[in-house]
Design a protein around this ligand. Structure first.
Ligand code: XUL
Length: 502
């Protein structure tokens, strides 16, 4: 049986097809938004707005979806089910024409031309947005500080509730015109199914609107956010629910079978948890993508995050804890650019210079959340550094920071599954093993979010147990062991780093 997992990320849309009979990953395809759709003038898929606002365009996602599906035409008829991963927290605002238009999509036209009149807002606020501190403070005050207990997270600027409230305050008419608010994940899955689908409870936990314990919309959380919100939100349902069959649009246009099912979408981090084979507590995941995230399954009981990070749903059941760092690949890429090297040469430089002998400066090119401090360095400043200081200083500093905060979520870290674009870099992977003094494992492909979506489709549709899917697709393909000789020097560096950010 073939299953397709899609990953709508900040920078690209990717797809992975798995064959559950042979245990093979058959193909991986990806389209980068900025490279393929320059007309949107995005910077790596996003736009910077005023006062730390960050957003993207729903129409860009529609265009990419059509373009990517062209590339799956040769195997589409054999795909039994599709699921999807989306960058978390991002919201899509739709008017009352959305449902009816979805139900009668014409395969001789494209998605964008048919759906562009269905948006009540032409932008999608995304997770990088840091513009909603006022809205967070207002809601927090109204709820007298109980948000974390109810939703699993403190009010957070990038979370959907703060974004919805800002939209309602700034543009009440367009808010009133909004019939449905989807997450990026559930919006895209709805397009595939030709009907508005539910938001899954794993990704739904990243909204500050869902009651974490019950998996239902929480009335006090909705009431302090914006009026009439309950009527604008889709249902909530577990991630393993089948939303429906694929829309006739995709059957006619791209050759999918009429019986192909759409399994509810989820967020990129919950999907990565599955794709890394880490759905059971024990192994933690470090994902090095646009954001760096550190997360792990925590079973059926939530933990006290002490205000650092969040609790989301685990698509395989129970919960996961997560910390998200805003300075991920964008900071690594900027540092690399200032050295004039490519990643191959940079890898050698990192391997030869770690533990880094020089002082670690604070490696933040954009405002960071953990620790909550503004950007400390600029591209200009990096240009004045030596190549080693710019590159190794940034890359090592980012890992020291993740390690510092990771121990607030997990006392003992023995095994780390590494994923995301930067996980391919073996010098960075070895550095992580040395800094954490833990074993680092990598799976076959770097896109664990797309793989996790494909595995979820197989679990929900084919009833294939997680143990079998893990053995076939998410077993460790390489292991790196911590070098004891680097332990003392990294202990010292971690202590110095903790002092610097305190
Ligand atoms: C998690 C977070 C990011 C996004 C984009 O809370 O904001 O990891 O999911 O990857």
């Amino acid at each position: 049986m073939l299953y397709l997992g899609l990953d709508l990320s900040t920078q690209s849309l990717s797809g992975v097809v798995i064959d559950t009979t042979t245990g093979e990953i058959l193909t991986e395809k990806s389209l980068n938004y900025a490279e393929n759709f320059p007309a949107y003038k995005t910077e790596n898929g996003f736009i910077r707005g005023e006062n730390n606002a960050f957003y993207s365009y729903p129409e860009l996602y529609l265009e990419t979806l059509d373009a990517l599906f062209e590339q799956f035409k040769d195997m589409s008829k054999d795909i039994s089910a599709i699921s999807l991963s989306g960058h978390q927290h991002a919201s899509v605002y739709l008017n009352n024409q959305f449902e009816s238009t979805l139900g009668r999509l014409d395969s001789s036209k494209n998605l964008k031309e048919q759906l562009s009149s269905c948006f009540s807002r032409n932008i999608v606020p995304i997770w990088m947005d840091n513009s909603t501190s006022d809205e967070c403070a207002e809601m927090d005050q109204a709820l007298e500080g109980s948000v974390s207990e109810l939703s699993g997270s403190l009010y957070c600027e990038r979370f959907t509730a703060a974004q919805i409230r800002k939209f309602f305050k700034q543009d009440p008419d367009s808010y009133a015109q909004t019939a449905t608010i989807h997450l990026a994940s559930s919006f895209t899955a709805s397009i595939l199914a030709g009907q508005s689908l539910a938001i899954d409870t794993s990704d739904g936990a990243g909204m500050n609107l869902m009651n974490l314990a019950s998996g239902e919309w929480d009335t006090p959380l909705l009431e302090v956010c914006a009026p009439d919100l309950k009527n604008k939100l889709p249902q909530l349902a577990p991630a393993n629910s089948i939303g429906g069959k694929i829309s006739p649009y995709f059957v006619k246009k791209y050759g999918f079978s009429e019986s192909c099912k759409i399994v509810l979408a989820s967020g990129d981090n919950p999907n990565s948890l599955i794709g890394c084979g880490a759905a059971e507590p024990g192994t933690v995941v470090m994902s090095m993508g646009t954001s760096d995230t550190f997360f792990g399954a925590i079973g059926n009981k939530t933990i006290d995050t002490k205000g650092v990070g969040h609790i989301f749903g685990n698509p395989a059941g129970g919960y996961m804890s997560l910390i998200c760092f805003r300075n991920g690949s964008l900071s690594r890429e900027t540092a690399l650019k200032t050295t004039g090297l490519d990643w191959q040469k940079a890898e050698k430089m990192i391997a030869a210079n770690t533990p880094y002998q020089g002082e670690n400066f604070l490696p933040y090119l954009v405002d960071e959340m953990y620790p909550e401090i503004p950007a400390q360095i600029s591209e200009e400043l990096l240009n004045s550094f030596s190549a080693e200081q710019a590159l190794v200083g940034v890359v090592e500093g980012l890992v020291l920071n993740v390690c510092h905060f990771a121990h607030l979520h997990a006392e003992k870290i023995d095994t780390i599954r590494l994923t995301g674009g930067a996980s391919k870099n073996s010098a960075i992977a070895q550095m992580i093993a040395d800094i954490f003094q833990a074993k680092v494992e990598r799976i076959e492909i770097a896109n664990s979010a797309a793989l996790g979506a494909a595995m979820r489709a197989a679990n929900a549709h084919g009833k294939i147990p997680w143990s079998e899917l893990n053995a076939k697709f998410a077993s460790a393909k390489s292991q790196l062991f911590p070098r004891k000789e680097n332990s003392a020097s990294y202990q010292e560096k971690l202590a110095a780093f903790a002092k610097k950010i305190s």
